[in-house]
Design a protein around this ligand. Sequence first.
Ligand code: SAM
Length: 400
Amino acid sequence: MRIDVVTIFPDYLAPLDLSLIGKARRDGLLDVHVHDLRDFAHDRHRSVDDTPYGGGAGMVMKPQPWAEALQHVGGSGPQGARPRLVVPGPGGMPFTQALAGELAEEPWLTFACGRYEGIDERVYDYAADELGLEVSVVSLGDYVLNGGEVAVLAMVEAVARLLPGVIGNAESLVEESHEDGLLEYPVYTKPAAWESAPGHIREVPPVLLSGDHGAIANWRHQQRLERTAARRPDLLHSSHAGAVLADFDLATATPADVPELLTLSRACWVTEARANGTLDIPPLLETLEEVAAGIAAWTTWTMRAGGRLVGSVRARVAPDDDSLWQIGRLMVAPDLQGRGLGRALLAFGEAQAPPGTAAYWLNTGARSDRNLRIYRKAGYRVRPGVGSIPGTVDLTKPRR
Ligand code: SAM
């Protein structure tokens, strides 16, 4: 693969000589050319920026040096060949593993590193219309860097490691995070029992020492689901765990669901009543009218299997604090519990939060040990003090 990078800081790209990427270059797998944009500026100061039309802070990169640089790069390949132009920018499409895979299929990529407030917009049209390049504006994430160079280093590394021969053991690419929508499982190496402090032994999970490949594969898959649910619930509903929910019909509840919701609540909260030593729990006592009022005040989702209501969760922007996404009435029919459905439904509820959400908030019985364990594993922490309902605790989890 050929890669060209145009920048005003060529030295910034020096790390591309190191490690596996440097070796790939030396092995002839990657042909990298770095160009100084200032070589295409013709005034005494080799200036590449100017003040913005319309006013405002900062400077904008001038079109002419960029046009000449892209013309130079675009014309330097074999007859008829054109690179795909990737312009890093915080307003671009997100850089994902899928996009890395797509870019790795290209024979030739050119990266244009912006600085200041960015590149004069006409350059993008010029590159597409007059140079015939496919132009992709790509963002590394929802934050702002000073320039495109760091983004190019990250993108080139993610793309180049997918090229045949760059990573010694190609199998190590298969099970990685983001390859199939799930994060990778935790990994361990020797010693099996590590003394991290005098008398404090930390052991590798025994299943990994069992030699039972099926059991190891199952354990790893379960770890992937749990890790994804805890750290990136936004991925979960489109991943394998989401496939767990995909076997069910998820829908927004309507008044027609009220009788079944009341029945399922009664069945699900009996264990909570026993754990907390009280029957005085709203989901056990609510009338049909109160369940209907709940549907009106919250968004409630139902989960059905073959028409039968087997689960539900509801959520809303917290009435007194619009940075909190309040999740409640998470329930799974008793005969289907213990299969990760509650975790998946919780992740689904979290993923419905509106953009301004800073944290998720839920509430459970102060003595509901099983629930507390599940919520803890999903990243929730008990808020100090008494819960918003007597006999309960509130838990929150920052949105990542
Ligand atoms: N004014 C621009 C805006 O708000 O969209 C930000 C310009 S930024 C200070 C300067 C350059 O850094 C951009 O032209 C781009 O090359 C690079 N850059 C900044 N954040 C980036 C991100 N999240 N992903 C990729 N490139 C980024």
